[in-house]
Design a protein around this ligand. Structure first.
Ligand code: GLU
Length: 447
């Protein structure tokens, strides 16, 4: 890593030692932009790296609520407003026990560059809570969301900060959050994305992250004269991203043979499609059950306590769950099992060591900030429709999503080529995102 970048990473670690995920995300981006910093000393003179790692604003708050037994529960809420150089803050809300300041800052940092890649005017943010929706009734989730929004509402707005969903936050939670915001502000505005279709949501937003990953993967394979047709794919999480990725991948001729959760993984050699895909889609959103139920229902093998990466033979791995779900040993197992392509549908699911294993083995590897940007891009399209007070057709939104994914793919390859790492999507995505944000910051002075 270049001297200046290294000194900023070291300062970040010294200043906030308890934030390993944030250090990891900063280290990856700054390593990748090293050639840019060498070519253009003005970024150093303007202290762009020091400014990028300091969130514009961090909001942390108490979220008290009453559970169904009448007991008082207290969770912690967050919104990290990282960077607004190119547009209002934008990024999801995550409700999961692993949420803390480090995960929020890493996700907001990644979001800043991801959003820049979408070609749409959106800054970067992330928020959420250590609240666990699993095992909670609808009424409890509603009370939690109302309490969460009762603090958050004063910090967001359609021109300020527009949250959306992420892990643990889907259509149900967005509904409760939106209802409370509207009640508190007495305003019906596009303050959240991922809304229901009858009240300001966009067609294709639920499908967008998964479809976008499939479109990006299609572009990657095309650079090798190949396609998704006939490919065997392993995935992990079976939430919104995993489900719609499978739907599109199957439509494009691929076979998806695994899914998993924290308890283990399912191996389905015949591939998930038809009735099985419909069940998978409902597994969490309707039944709120473990992936094991899928194995039981369809007579597939359930491998407790393991991840699909260790034992499933596949051509392509698409991690769809959580940060750092693929470590170096998982990566070596994937390579040994014949995997040739890794496309991140989750945010930072591969450790830096895992990425090194893939790159040394000559795999095609795409980082989440490029490959999974279709979700937030379609959130951007939802914002545009809300501002115009009209709705585009499914075909129109899907066409725009596909174009955006193609343009992100092109931008990654062009930036990688221009700065001496042809074909390296990680370098290309980080540089293309960085240049857009850094140049906007330079234009706007010291703010
Ligand atoms: N949580 C999604 C992401 O990681 C979507 C964010 C949004 O739509 O604002 O990009």
């Amino acid at each position: 890593m270049q001297e200046y970048a290294r000194s900023v990473v070291e300062a970040v670690i010294a200043r906030d030692p308890g934030e390993p995920e944030f250090h990891q995300a900063v280290g990856e981006v700054f390593e990748a932009v090293t050639p840019v910093l060498e070519t253009y000393p003005e970024y150093r003179e303007s202290r762009i790296l020091e400014r990028l790692v300091e969130p514009e604003r961090v909001i942390m708050f108490r979220v008290p609520w009453v559970d169904d037994r009448g007991d008082i529960q207290v969770n912690r809420g967050f919104r990290v407003q990282m960077n607004s150089a190119i547009g209002p803050y934008k990024g999801g809300l995550r409700f999961h026990p692993s949420v803390n300041l480090s995960t929020m800052k890493f996700l907001a940092f990644e979001q800043t560059f991801k959003n820049a890649l979408t070609t749409l005017p959106m800054g970067g943010a992330k928020g959420g809570s250590d609240f666990q929706t699993r095992g909670r009734s609808d009424a409890e989730v509603m009370r939690f969301c109302q309490s969460f929004m009762t603090e958050l509402y004063r910090h967001i707005g359609p021109h300020t900060d527009v949250p959306a969903g992420d892990i643990g936050v889907g259509g149900r939670e967005i509904g409760y959050l939106f209802g409370q915001y509207k009640r508190l502000k007495n305003e019906f505005t596009g303050v959240l994305t991922g809304k229901g279709l009858g009240w300001g949501g966009s067609l294709v937003r639920p499908e967008a992250t998964g479809y976008g990953v499939a479109y990006f993967l299609t572009e990657m394979l095309a650079t090798r004269g190949d396609s998704l047709s006939g490919k065997t794919i392993a995935i992990s999480g079976y939430g919104n991203v995993g489900t719609y990725f499978v739907e599109k991948a199957v439509e494009l001729g691929a076979k998806v043979v695994s899914l998993g959760d924290e308890f283990g993984c399912v191996f389905d050699p015949d591939g998930i499609s038809g009735e099985k895909l419909a069940y998978m889609a409902d597994l969490w959103t309707v039944y709120r059950k473990s992936a094991k139920e899928y194995a039981d229902k369809f007579g597939c093998e359930w491998r407790p306590g393991t991840k699909p990466w260790r034992s499933v033979k596949c051509d392509i791995a698409v991690p769809t769950a959580m940060q750092n779900e693929i470590d170096a040993d998982d990566a070596r197992a994937l390579v040994a099992n014949g995997c040739r392509v890794v496309c991140e549908a989750a945010n930072m699911p591969c450790t830096p060591e895992a990425v090194r294993v893939f790159q040394e083995a000559g795999l095609l590897y795409a980082p989440g900030k490029a490959a999974n940007a279709g979700g937030v891009a379609t959130s951007g399209l939802e914002m545009s429709q809300n501002s115009m007070r009209l709705s585009w057709t499914r075909e129109e939104v899907d066409r725009r999503l596909r174009q955006i994914m193609q343009s992100i793919h092109r931008a990654c390859l062009e930036a990688a080529e221009r700065f001496g790492s042809p074909g390296d999507y990680a370098v290309g995505a980080n540089i293309a995102g960085f240049l857009k944000v850094a140049d906007a910051m330079m234009d706007q002075g010291v703010v």
